[in-house]
Design a protein around this ligand. Structure first.
Ligand code: PGA
Length: 250
């Protein structure tokens, strides 16, 4: 059985004080509800350490939104996987479409980050997904498969990997993939993984859906056989909505 995983991607939102306040509220609710699913939150870099301190007792995991692929050195503005691990992170989100589109991250860069983060003992949430144009051209399968294969090049062990399928056209737009559309891509990702890593690894891999997940659509998405949770943007900034999504995950 795969344990469902819900992670809140806070993106570039909240000061340290605001992050600690939101994280404290989430930790209290999750700590009391003790959901079966795994729960994580991904604040901005400056807030990571303080947020880590207030969620530790609750079982909520600390995640970062990005990292660099070198350990240290002359890389102004960057943060390494080693630093994130030392700051208390369990997870790092890599290859988010906003990183790919707005900051020029290629699959090669994403792959280097994946390898470094795994080597540092972090769990990786590797994001993949097609644009609206790619969906309309009927190349969703090829695009997503290429992102998975290239993102995982030279990665031998995927036991600390989660994949997040996030159709770019559904992120922050209020437009969610239907449960059937999402299931189709999730199943194809799992079969790509089976081809690369074998049946058992594919069966164990958790694949999250992301893109306008909200309390009203969470349960139907999470009910699909190959959807193992969600990467939640906007709705993770509101305690009530995030908790409702966690409840929908069981
Ligand atoms: P959204 O973002 O839930 O606001 O659409 C999801 C994501 O980008 O991870």
């Amino acid at each position: 059985m795969r344990r469902t995983i819900i992670v809140g991607n806070w993106k570039m939102n909240n000061t340290i004080a605001e992050s600690v306040e939101l994280a404290t509220a989430i930790a209290e609710k999750v700590g009391a509800a003790k959901p079966e699913c795994e729960v994580g939150i991904a604040p901005t870099f400056p807030a990571l350490h303080e947020v880590g301190k207030v969620i530790e007792w609750s079982g909520v995991k600390l995640a970062a939104q990005n990292c660099h692929y070198e350990d240290d050195g002359a890389f102004t503005g960057e943060v390494s996987a080693r630093m994130l691990a030392a700051a208390g992170c369990s997870y790092v989100i890599l290859g988010h479409s906003e990183r790919r589109q707005l900051f020029g991250e290629t699959s090669d860069i994403v792959n280097r980050k994946v390898k470094k983060a795994l080597a540092e003992g972090l769990r990786v949430i590797l994001c993949v997904g097609e644009t609206l144009d790619e969906r309309e051209r009927g190349v969703t399968g090829e695009i997503v498969t290429a992102q998975v294969v290239e993102g995982l090049a030279e990665v031998a062990d995927i036991s600390n990997l989660v994949i997040a399928y996030e159709p770019v056209w559904a992120i922050g737009t209020g437009r969610t993939a239907t449960k059937e559309q999402a299931q189709e891509v999730h199943a194809s990702i799992r079969s790509t993984i089976e081809g690369l890593y074998g049946e058992q690894a594919a069966r164990h891999l958790r694949i999250q859906y992301g893109g306008s997940v909200k309390p009203s659509n969470a349960a139907e998405l999470f009910g699909m056989p190959d959807i193992d949770g969600g990467l939640i943007g906007g709705a993770s900034l509101k305690v009530e909505d995030f908790m409702a999504i966690i409840e929908a995950a069981g």
